[in-house]
Design a protein around this ligand. Sequence first.
Ligand code: UDP
Length: 380
Amino acid sequence: MSLTVLMNAGPWLSVPPPGYGGIENVIATLVPELRRLGVRVVLASVGSSTLPVDEQVSVFADGQFAALQRPYNQVCGIAQAHLAGVVRELHSRDDIDLVHDHVEAVGLATLAAMGPAGPPTLHTLHWDLAKHPALYGSLDGGDRVRVNGVSASQLARAPLALREHSVGHVHLSTPLAVDADRRPRPEKGEHMLILGRINPGKGQDVGARLAHRVGFPLVLAGPVGPYHRPADLAAAGDEARQNPDVRFFLDEVAPHVDGDLVRWVGTVAGQERDDLLASARASLFPLRWEEPGGTAVVESLALGTPVVATARGCLPELIEPGRTGLLTTDEEELGDLVLAAELLDPDECRWVAAQRFTPAVMAQRYVQLYERVRQSASAA
Ligand code: UDP
Protein backbone atom coordinates (compact mmCIF):
# COMPACT_ATOMS: atom_id res chain seq x y z
CA MET A 1 0.00 0.00 0.00
CA SER A 2 1.46 3.38 -0.85
CA LEU A 3 0.27 5.66 1.89
CA THR A 4 2.33 8.09 3.97
CA VAL A 5 0.86 9.01 7.34
CA LEU A 6 2.15 11.72 9.66
CA MET A 7 1.42 10.30 13.12
CA ASN A 8 1.20 13.17 15.59
CA ALA A 9 1.96 11.91 19.10
CA GLY A 10 2.47 15.36 20.62
CA PRO A 11 5.24 16.62 22.88
CA TRP A 12 4.37 14.86 26.16
CA LEU A 13 6.44 11.68 26.30
CA SER A 14 8.78 9.71 24.09
CA VAL A 15 7.33 6.85 22.07
CA PRO A 16 7.30 4.19 23.40
CA PRO A 17 6.83 5.81 26.82
CA PRO A 18 9.29 5.10 29.61
CA GLY A 19 6.50 3.70 31.84
CA TYR A 20 3.04 5.19 32.12
CA GLY A 21 1.79 6.69 28.84
CA GLY A 22 -1.64 5.88 27.38
CA ILE A 23 -1.51 7.70 24.02
CA GLU A 24 2.17 6.91 23.46
CA ASN A 25 1.50 3.21 24.11
CA VAL A 26 -1.31 3.25 21.54
CA ILE A 27 1.03 4.75 18.94
CA ALA A 28 3.88 2.38 19.81
CA THR A 29 1.46 -0.51 19.30
CA LEU A 30 -0.13 0.79 16.10
CA VAL A 31 2.87 2.01 14.10
CA PRO A 32 4.85 -1.27 13.69
CA GLU A 33 1.68 -2.97 12.50
CA LEU A 34 0.85 -0.19 10.03
CA ARG A 35 4.38 -0.42 8.63
CA ARG A 36 3.94 -4.19 8.25
CA LEU A 37 0.90 -3.36 6.13
CA GLY A 38 3.09 -1.12 3.93
CA VAL A 39 2.15 2.29 5.37
CA ARG A 40 5.05 4.81 5.59
CA VAL A 41 4.99 6.54 8.96
CA VAL A 42 6.42 9.96 9.78
CA LEU A 43 6.30 10.30 13.56
CA ALA A 44 5.87 13.76 15.08
CA SER A 45 6.86 13.43 18.74
CA VAL A 46 9.96 14.29 20.79
CA GLY A 47 13.59 13.70 19.84
CA SER A 48 14.09 11.01 22.49
CA SER A 49 11.47 8.69 20.89
CA THR A 50 13.00 5.39 19.84
CA LEU A 51 10.12 3.78 17.94
CA PRO A 52 11.37 2.62 14.51
CA VAL A 53 9.64 4.78 11.88
CA ASP A 54 10.36 5.92 8.33
CA GLU A 55 11.02 9.50 9.46
CA GLN A 56 10.79 11.50 12.67
CA VAL A 57 9.92 15.15 13.21
CA SER A 58 10.46 16.79 16.58
CA VAL A 59 10.40 20.25 18.11
CA PHE A 60 11.41 19.29 21.66
CA ALA A 61 14.40 17.07 22.41
CA ASP A 62 12.72 15.35 25.36
CA GLY A 63 9.23 14.65 26.66
CA GLN A 64 7.42 17.57 28.26
CA PHE A 65 5.35 15.41 30.62
CA ALA A 66 6.23 17.45 33.70
CA ALA A 67 4.68 20.48 31.98
CA LEU A 68 1.33 18.67 32.01
CA GLN A 69 1.25 19.38 35.70
CA ARG A 70 1.29 23.14 35.07
CA PRO A 71 -1.73 25.40 34.50
CA TYR A 72 -3.62 24.59 31.31
CA ASN A 73 -2.57 27.72 29.38
CA GLN A 74 1.08 26.70 29.66
CA VAL A 75 0.22 23.19 28.57
CA CYS A 76 -1.50 24.67 25.50
CA GLY A 77 1.57 26.81 24.83
CA ILE A 78 3.79 23.75 24.71
CA ALA A 79 1.33 21.85 22.53
CA GLN A 80 1.09 24.83 20.20
CA ALA A 81 4.86 25.11 19.83
CA HIS A 82 4.94 21.45 18.88
CA LEU A 83 2.05 21.90 16.46
CA ALA A 84 3.64 24.93 14.83
CA GLY A 85 6.57 22.63 14.00
CA VAL A 86 4.20 20.02 12.58
CA VAL A 87 2.41 22.60 10.43
CA ARG A 88 5.75 23.96 9.15
CA GLU A 89 6.66 20.43 8.15
CA LEU A 90 3.35 19.89 6.38
CA HIS A 91 3.73 23.15 4.44
CA SER A 92 7.22 22.16 3.34
CA ARG A 93 6.35 18.84 1.71
CA ASP A 94 3.67 17.26 -0.44
CA ASP A 95 4.09 13.54 0.24
CA ILE A 96 1.92 13.29 3.37
CA ASP A 97 -1.37 11.61 2.41
CA LEU A 98 -2.96 11.85 5.82
CA VAL A 99 -2.35 13.14 9.34
CA HIS A 100 -3.32 10.84 12.20
CA ASP A 101 -3.48 13.23 15.14
CA HIS A 102 -3.64 12.41 18.86
CA VAL A 103 -3.13 15.88 20.39
CA GLU A 104 -6.48 16.76 21.98
CA ALA A 105 -8.56 19.66 20.74
CA VAL A 106 -5.66 21.96 20.21
CA GLY A 107 -4.10 19.59 17.66
CA LEU A 108 -7.25 19.21 15.69
CA ALA A 109 -8.00 22.92 15.65
CA THR A 110 -4.50 23.73 14.42
CA LEU A 111 -4.59 21.15 11.67
CA ALA A 112 -8.13 22.10 10.66
CA ALA A 113 -7.00 25.72 10.38
CA MET A 114 -4.68 24.70 7.55
CA GLY A 115 -7.83 24.34 5.42
CA PRO A 116 -7.37 22.90 1.93
CA ALA A 117 -3.58 23.34 2.27
CA GLY A 118 -3.56 20.60 4.89
CA PRO A 119 -3.77 16.86 4.25
CA PRO A 120 -6.92 14.96 5.28
CA THR A 121 -6.80 14.46 9.04
CA LEU A 122 -8.06 11.71 11.31
CA HIS A 123 -8.06 12.77 14.95
CA THR A 124 -8.35 10.04 17.58
CA LEU A 125 -10.35 11.10 20.62
CA HIS A 126 -8.72 9.85 23.80
CA TRP A 127 -10.84 11.48 26.49
CA ASP A 128 -14.34 11.32 27.89
CA LEU A 129 -15.72 14.36 26.07
CA ALA A 130 -19.17 14.62 27.62
CA LYS A 131 -17.52 16.50 30.48
CA HIS A 132 -15.82 18.93 28.11
CA PRO A 133 -18.43 19.95 25.53
CA ALA A 134 -16.69 23.26 24.84
CA LEU A 135 -13.28 21.70 24.31
CA TYR A 136 -13.64 21.17 20.61
CA GLY A 137 -16.21 23.87 19.83
CA SER A 138 -17.30 23.70 16.22
CA LEU A 139 -15.09 21.72 13.90
CA ASP A 140 -13.77 23.74 11.02
CA GLY A 141 -11.94 22.02 8.22
CA GLY A 142 -15.15 20.56 6.81
CA ASP A 143 -14.81 17.16 5.24
CA ARG A 144 -11.02 17.15 5.45
CA VAL A 145 -11.13 16.55 9.19
CA ARG A 146 -12.64 13.46 10.78
CA VAL A 147 -12.54 11.95 14.23
CA ASN A 148 -12.67 8.44 15.63
CA GLY A 149 -13.41 7.25 19.13
CA VAL A 150 -11.67 4.54 21.13
CA SER A 151 -15.03 3.04 22.07
CA ALA A 152 -18.64 3.31 20.98
CA SER A 153 -19.61 4.58 24.42
CA GLN A 154 -17.08 7.40 24.23
CA LEU A 155 -18.46 8.51 20.86
CA ALA A 156 -22.04 8.26 22.07
CA ARG A 157 -21.22 10.72 24.85
CA ALA A 158 -19.23 13.11 22.67
CA PRO A 159 -20.64 16.51 21.66
CA LEU A 160 -22.71 16.55 18.48
CA ALA A 161 -20.06 18.54 16.56
CA LEU A 162 -17.69 15.62 17.00
CA ARG A 163 -20.20 12.87 16.36
CA GLU A 164 -21.13 14.52 13.08
CA HIS A 165 -17.51 14.24 11.98
CA SER A 166 -16.99 10.70 13.23
CA VAL A 167 -15.90 7.78 11.07
CA GLY A 168 -16.42 5.22 13.84
CA HIS A 169 -14.50 3.76 16.73
CA VAL A 170 -11.44 1.53 17.10
CA HIS A 171 -10.86 -0.34 20.34
CA LEU A 172 -7.46 -0.06 21.95
CA SER A 173 -5.06 -2.93 21.62
CA THR A 174 -1.87 -4.33 23.14
CA PRO A 175 1.15 -6.22 21.81
CA LEU A 176 0.58 -8.52 24.80
CA ALA A 177 -2.45 -9.92 22.94
CA VAL A 178 -0.20 -11.47 20.28
CA ASP A 179 -0.13 -15.21 20.89
CA ALA A 180 -1.71 -14.57 24.27
CA ASP A 181 -3.67 -17.79 23.93
CA ARG A 182 -0.51 -19.87 23.40
CA ARG A 183 1.62 -18.74 26.33
CA PRO A 184 1.85 -20.90 29.49
CA ARG A 185 -0.92 -20.35 32.00
CA PRO A 186 0.15 -17.62 34.45
CA GLU A 187 0.84 -18.46 38.09
CA LYS A 188 -1.67 -16.56 40.19
CA GLY A 189 -0.84 -14.86 43.48
CA GLU A 190 -3.28 -13.57 46.07
CA HIS A 191 -3.33 -9.88 45.15
CA MET A 192 -5.83 -7.76 43.26
CA LEU A 193 -4.33 -4.97 41.15
CA ILE A 194 -5.39 -1.47 40.15
CA LEU A 195 -3.08 -0.43 37.30
CA GLY A 196 -3.31 3.19 36.19
CA ARG A 197 -2.79 6.85 37.00
CA ILE A 198 -3.80 7.54 40.61
CA ASN A 199 -6.79 9.75 39.98
CA PRO A 200 -10.34 10.13 41.35
CA GLY A 201 -11.77 8.87 38.03
CA LYS A 202 -9.85 5.61 38.37
CA GLY A 203 -11.22 5.15 41.91
CA GLN A 204 -8.20 3.87 43.84
CA ASP A 205 -9.83 5.16 47.05
CA VAL A 206 -12.86 2.94 46.48
CA GLY A 207 -10.64 -0.08 45.85
CA ALA A 208 -8.52 0.55 48.93
CA ARG A 209 -11.58 0.92 51.15
CA LEU A 210 -13.11 -2.31 49.77
CA ALA A 211 -9.84 -4.18 50.32
CA HIS A 212 -10.02 -3.40 54.03
CA ARG A 213 -13.76 -4.11 54.30
CA VAL A 214 -13.68 -7.43 52.44
CA GLY A 215 -10.11 -8.38 53.35
CA PHE A 216 -8.21 -8.87 50.10
CA PRO A 217 -4.64 -7.77 49.33
CA LEU A 218 -4.56 -4.89 46.87
CA VAL A 219 -1.63 -3.46 44.93
CA LEU A 220 -1.95 0.05 43.50
CA ALA A 221 0.44 0.66 40.59
CA GLY A 222 0.78 3.93 38.73
CA PRO A 223 2.07 7.47 39.08
CA VAL A 224 0.65 10.05 41.50
CA GLY A 225 0.80 13.23 39.42
CA PRO A 226 4.44 13.59 38.38
CA TYR A 227 5.73 11.22 41.09
CA HIS A 228 6.63 7.72 39.99
CA ARG A 229 8.07 6.32 43.21
CA PRO A 230 6.80 6.51 46.78
CA ALA A 231 10.21 7.86 47.87
CA ASP A 232 9.96 10.75 45.37
CA LEU A 233 6.55 11.76 46.67
CA ALA A 234 7.71 11.49 50.28
CA ALA A 235 10.71 13.73 49.48
CA ALA A 236 8.63 16.32 47.63
CA GLY A 237 7.18 18.02 50.70
CA ASP A 238 4.14 20.27 50.85
CA GLU A 239 4.59 21.79 47.40
CA ALA A 240 3.49 18.49 45.90
CA ARG A 241 -0.04 19.16 47.16
CA GLN A 242 -0.53 21.74 44.40
CA ASN A 243 -1.21 18.82 42.11
CA PRO A 244 -4.85 17.60 42.41
CA ASP A 245 -3.91 13.94 41.98
CA VAL A 246 -1.38 14.27 44.80
CA ARG A 247 -4.08 15.82 47.03
CA PHE A 248 -6.45 12.98 46.08
CA PHE A 249 -3.83 10.37 46.91
CA LEU A 250 -2.74 11.92 50.21
CA ASP A 251 -6.28 12.67 51.44
CA GLU A 252 -8.38 9.80 50.06
CA VAL A 253 -6.08 6.88 49.27
CA ALA A 254 -2.99 7.07 51.50
CA PRO A 255 -4.98 6.68 54.77
CA HIS A 256 -5.88 3.16 53.54
CA VAL A 257 -2.36 2.30 52.36
CA ASP A 258 -0.94 0.28 55.24
CA GLY A 259 1.93 -1.33 53.30
CA ASP A 260 0.46 -4.73 54.15
CA LEU A 261 -3.08 -5.32 52.86
CA VAL A 262 -2.98 -2.26 50.60
CA ARG A 263 0.29 -1.17 48.95
CA TRP A 264 1.22 1.61 46.54
CA VAL A 265 4.25 0.49 44.49
CA GLY A 266 4.54 3.54 42.20
CA THR A 267 4.87 3.27 38.44
CA VAL A 268 5.68 -0.19 37.12
CA ALA A 269 7.06 -0.81 33.65
CA GLY A 270 8.16 -3.58 31.31
CA GLN A 271 8.41 -7.11 32.64
CA GLU A 272 7.71 -5.97 36.20
CA ARG A 273 4.37 -4.53 35.08
CA ASP A 274 3.48 -7.62 33.07
CA ASP A 275 4.37 -9.99 35.93
CA LEU A 276 2.36 -7.97 38.44
CA LEU A 277 -0.63 -7.99 36.10
CA ALA A 278 -0.36 -11.65 35.08
CA SER A 279 -0.05 -12.85 38.68
CA ALA A 280 -3.02 -10.81 39.96
CA ARG A 281 -6.18 -12.74 40.76
CA ALA A 282 -8.12 -9.98 39.02
CA SER A 283 -7.71 -6.38 37.89
CA LEU A 284 -9.96 -3.95 39.64
CA PHE A 285 -11.40 -0.83 37.95
CA PRO A 286 -13.63 0.94 40.52
CA LEU A 287 -14.27 3.71 38.01
CA ARG A 288 -15.85 7.05 38.76
CA TRP A 289 -15.51 8.34 35.21
CA GLU A 290 -16.66 6.98 31.89
CA GLU A 291 -13.42 5.19 30.91
CA PRO A 292 -13.00 6.08 27.24
CA GLY A 293 -10.66 3.33 25.98
CA GLY A 294 -9.09 1.29 28.78
CA THR A 295 -5.67 0.10 27.58
CA ALA A 296 -5.04 -1.42 30.99
CA VAL A 297 -8.28 -3.43 30.60
CA VAL A 298 -7.17 -5.12 27.38
CA GLU A 299 -3.64 -5.63 28.76
CA SER A 300 -5.15 -7.40 31.74
CA LEU A 301 -7.16 -9.78 29.57
CA ALA A 302 -4.15 -10.46 27.33
CA LEU A 303 -2.18 -11.58 30.39
CA GLY A 304 -4.96 -13.86 31.61
CA THR A 305 -6.27 -11.66 34.40
CA PRO A 306 -10.05 -11.22 34.65
CA VAL A 307 -11.45 -7.75 35.20
CA VAL A 308 -13.75 -6.64 38.02
CA ALA A 309 -15.12 -3.19 37.32
CA THR A 310 -17.89 -0.68 37.57
CA ALA A 311 -19.87 -0.86 34.34
CA ARG A 312 -18.86 2.57 33.11
CA GLY A 313 -17.61 3.92 29.81
CA CYS A 314 -16.12 1.29 27.53
CA LEU A 315 -16.09 -1.49 30.13
CA PRO A 316 -19.32 -3.17 28.91
CA GLU A 317 -17.88 -3.20 25.36
CA LEU A 318 -14.57 -4.75 26.37
CA ILE A 319 -15.70 -7.20 29.04
CA GLU A 320 -18.02 -10.16 28.57
CA PRO A 321 -19.55 -10.56 32.03
CA GLY A 322 -19.19 -14.07 33.42
CA ARG A 323 -16.48 -14.89 30.88
CA THR A 324 -13.71 -12.30 31.01
CA GLY A 325 -14.85 -10.28 33.99
CA LEU A 326 -17.62 -9.13 36.28
CA LEU A 327 -19.33 -5.74 36.11
CA THR A 328 -21.67 -3.87 38.41
CA THR A 329 -23.19 -0.44 38.69
CA ASP A 330 -23.01 -0.65 42.49
CA GLU A 331 -19.68 0.41 44.00
CA GLU A 332 -20.25 -1.64 47.16
CA GLU A 333 -21.02 -4.81 45.21
CA LEU A 334 -17.50 -4.72 43.73
CA GLY A 335 -16.26 -6.31 46.94
CA ASP A 336 -18.42 -9.42 46.37
CA LEU A 337 -17.37 -9.59 42.74
CA VAL A 338 -13.71 -9.59 43.71
CA LEU A 339 -14.34 -12.80 45.65
CA ALA A 340 -16.25 -14.33 42.72
CA ALA A 341 -13.54 -13.44 40.18
CA GLU A 342 -11.56 -16.58 40.92
CA LEU A 343 -14.32 -18.56 39.21
CA LEU A 344 -13.31 -16.97 35.89
CA ASP A 345 -10.89 -18.77 33.61
CA PRO A 346 -7.61 -16.95 32.76
CA ASP A 347 -7.38 -18.85 29.47
CA GLU A 348 -10.75 -17.48 28.34
CA CYS A 349 -9.46 -13.95 28.96
CA ARG A 350 -6.32 -14.58 26.93
CA TRP A 351 -8.23 -16.27 24.13
CA VAL A 352 -10.63 -13.33 23.81
CA ALA A 353 -7.72 -10.86 23.82
CA ALA A 354 -5.94 -12.84 21.12
CA GLN A 355 -9.10 -12.61 18.98
CA ARG A 356 -10.18 -9.04 19.60
CA PHE A 357 -7.33 -6.86 20.82
CA THR A 358 -4.25 -7.65 18.75
CA PRO A 359 -2.28 -4.80 17.12
CA ALA A 360 -3.14 -6.33 13.74
CA VAL A 361 -6.88 -5.99 14.39
CA MET A 362 -6.39 -2.35 15.43
CA ALA A 363 -4.15 -1.48 12.47
CA GLN A 364 -6.48 -3.05 9.90
CA ARG A 365 -9.34 -1.05 11.31
CA TYR A 366 -7.31 2.19 11.18
CA VAL A 367 -6.35 1.54 7.56
CA GLN A 368 -10.10 1.26 6.78
CA LEU A 369 -10.73 4.56 8.54
CA TYR A 370 -7.82 6.25 6.72
CA GLU A 371 -9.52 5.27 3.45
CA ARG A 372 -12.84 6.71 4.62
CA VAL A 373 -11.18 9.96 5.63
CA ARG A 374 -9.37 10.29 2.30
CA GLN A 375 -12.51 9.48 0.34
CA SER A 376 -14.60 12.09 2.11
CA ALA A 377 -11.78 14.65 1.67
CA SER A 378 -11.49 14.00 -2.05
CA ALA A 379 -15.28 14.04 -2.52
CA ALA A 380 -15.47 17.49 -0.88
N1 UDP B 1 0.87 1.95 32.93
C1 UDP B 1 2.14 1.45 33.18
N2 UDP B 1 2.62 1.51 34.44
C2 UDP B 1 1.90 2.01 35.48
C3 UDP B 1 0.59 2.50 35.22
C4 UDP B 1 0.10 2.45 33.94
O1 UDP B 1 2.83 0.96 32.27
O2 UDP B 1 2.40 2.02 36.58
C5 UDP B 1 0.35 1.88 31.55
C6 UDP B 1 -0.80 0.89 31.42
O3 UDP B 1 -0.25 -0.42 31.34
C7 UDP B 1 -1.48 1.40 30.16
C8 UDP B 1 -1.30 2.91 30.26
O4 UDP B 1 -0.20 3.14 31.15
O5 UDP B 1 -0.81 0.93 29.01
C9 UDP B 1 -2.55 3.63 30.77
O6 UDP B 1 -3.52 3.64 29.78
P1 UDP B 1 -5.11 3.55 30.13
O7 UDP B 1 -5.86 3.67 28.82
O8 UDP B 1 -5.39 2.33 30.94
O9 UDP B 1 -5.37 4.80 31.08
P2 UDP B 1 -5.24 6.40 30.85
O10 UDP B 1 -4.20 6.84 31.82
O11 UDP B 1 -4.83 6.64 29.41
O12 UDP B 1 -6.61 6.94 31.20
